[in-house]
Write a protein that binds this ligand. Sequence first.
Ligand code: ADP
Ligand code: MG
Length: 225
Amino acid sequence: MTLTVSGLRVVRAGRTILHSTSLSMSPGDRMGLVGSSGSGKSTVGHALIDDLRGQGHSVSHVPQSPDEALDPLRSMAFHWREAERALGGVDVDRAALFSALGIDGGDMGKRPWGWSRGMQQRFVIAMALIGTPDLIVLDEPTSALDPVVAAASMDLLERHLQGRDTAMMLITHDLGLAARRVSQLMVMAEGRVVERGATEDILARPQSVAARALTAHKSWAMVPC
Ligand SMILES: Nc1ncnc2c1ncn2[C@@H]1O[C@H](COP(=O)(O)OP(=O)(O)O)[C@@H](O)[C@H]1O
Ligand SMILES: [Mg+2]
């Protein structure tokens, strides 16, 4: 089922932080949303999720900060049960998922602050992998992880999505991460999508000022994940 949103627009405190934005994704698509900090990426993520859920689609979300996903007063076990209930994850192998993400040592009886931030982030990624949603939106999912763990987590995610119809939107300021993980890119600047196309085309021939600025930092090619 194609996922389509049109005319997404967000105004906060009298300021338009997202200008009218439309996009469409097909099952299994791998889309990257890139841009500098403050360009409006997370705003698109939230607006997109709200709109698609409103249309009745199932969308899982790995927010930019684990704090957005985890209630400090609830145990990790509670979060897991709630996520299973919401996402219909009857056949999820939690032990295998935790082991693959390197968080099998985490105490489920503890509250989020009893886990390190990197472990919390991987726990939220694991929660998003329960069930088979129409779309998974990952907002800077590896920002609290070291490069090796980040690459392993992204590999796991890709393996999980293989053969499923779940589409993925990867939001990141890290062009190296996007270059390795997505086939299409949308580039944002100042609350607008200023360029979109195949990842390899944008990397080879960036047109907009924003895309040129992102690709000019060639160190992105060295990032391992
Ligand atoms: N709730 C809000 N109220 C006012 N301004 C906001 C709010 N949320 C985000 N913004 C502003 O909107 C712009 C885009 O933010 P954001 O989507 O978080 O950017 P990004 O994820 O690309 O770093 C920023 O200038 C930010 O300060
Ligand atoms: Mg953001």
